[in-house]
Design a protein around this ligand. Structure first.
Ligand code: CP
Length: 299
């Protein structure tokens, strides 16, 4: 794997080796990327992805050059194409981590790049490193991925983490997915076609209470305000599903609650102290998984 653009670029063997390396790096970080430079190029806001990639690179002894709000503070503001920007950054760094607001931009960047490009989220497209850390969280907190039943909840139409995670789960055995969303925000046909092709069992419902007690993982997501045409449209769905302590009490004893974050109001803060709430640990695991990935791409 030279670039990581879509979850489909990953296979279970590679994922397994990345997770083993992440486990090792948690116990004993090493300066394996000394002398290497990572460019983080973010055209859309981020807290976790940018900082965790940068933290991962620094923890491995590498260096970071970075621009946040690249739409405004890079030469994109003067009309430079993404292709030209990437060709130039090839001279300055050894790997590029790119977040963009338009689906397909990471693939465009990879097409002209001699150094690895990692898709850190392309609009409503994909977010493969989030899916990797999500899977790592399931493995760490639930014990294994095979056989897991997971409810993906919320804005499934716009959620790139949902797309990337579904594609990854399709590579494992005996997985059951429950897509929980209002009709207008239901999961895309491309994902359903992929799951059909890979014989993954899935169900669709708009009733969260009907699945709370039967799944191993609730994967809650934010209603993505920035992807709605109007504020009025967004407000129809804001707060549509809220996980509270009462609902948490109805989950299976070992079930967990995940969320890619950021959250708005879809998990009440009263849930944070529950042992089922693993969403902050999930963000922590992101550093380990991204350390393993950077090593894999750069060594
Ligand atoms: N989960 C995630 O991608 O978070 P950020 O938008 O803060 O990077």
């Amino acid at each position: 794997m030279k670039h990581l653009i879509d979850s489909q670029d990953l296979d279970p063997e590679l994922i397994g080796s990345l997770f083993s390396r992440a486990d090792e790096l948690e116990k004993k970080p090493e300066n394996t990327l000394e002398g290497k430079i990572m460019a983080s190029l973010f055209y859309e806001p981020s807290t976790r992805t940018r900082f965790s990639f940068e933290s991962a690179m620094l923890r491995l002894g590498g260096s970071v050059i970075t621009t946040e709000n690249a739409k405004e503070f890079s030469s994109a503001a003067k009309g430079e194409t993404i292709e030209d920007t990437i060709k130039v950054i090839n001279f300055y760094s050894d790997v590029i981590v790119l977040r963009h607001y338009e689906e397909g931009t990471a693939a465009k960047a990879a097409a002209v790049s001699d150094i690895p490009v990692v898709n850190a989220g392309d609009g409503p497209g994909q977010h493969p490193t989030q899916a990797l850390l999500d899977l790592y969280t399931v493995q760490k907190e639930h014990g294994q991925v095979d056989g897991v039943s997971i409810a993906m909840v919320g804005d499934l139409k716009h959620g790139r983490t949902i797309r990337s995670l579904s594609y990854l789960l399709g590579k494992y055995t005996d997985v059951t997915i429950y897509f929980v969303a209002p009709k207008a925000l239901e999961v895309g046909q491309d994902i359903k076609d992929y799951l059909d092709k890979h014989n993954v069992t899935y169900h669709e419902t708009d009733d969260l209470s009907s699945v709370v007690g039967i799944v191993d993982v609730i994967y809650q997501t934010r209603i993505q305000k920035e992807r709605f045409a109007t504020e009025e449209e967004y407000k129809k769905y804001k707060g549509y599903y809220q996980i509270d302590l009462e609902m948490t009490g109805k989950m299976k004893p070992n079930a967990i609650i995940m969320h890619p974050l950021p959250r708005v109001d879809e998990i009440l803060t009263e849930v944070d102290s529950s042992p089922k709430a693993v969403y902050f640990k999930q963000a922590k695991y992101g550093v380990l998984v991204r350390m393993a990935l950077l090593e894999h791409l750069l060594r």
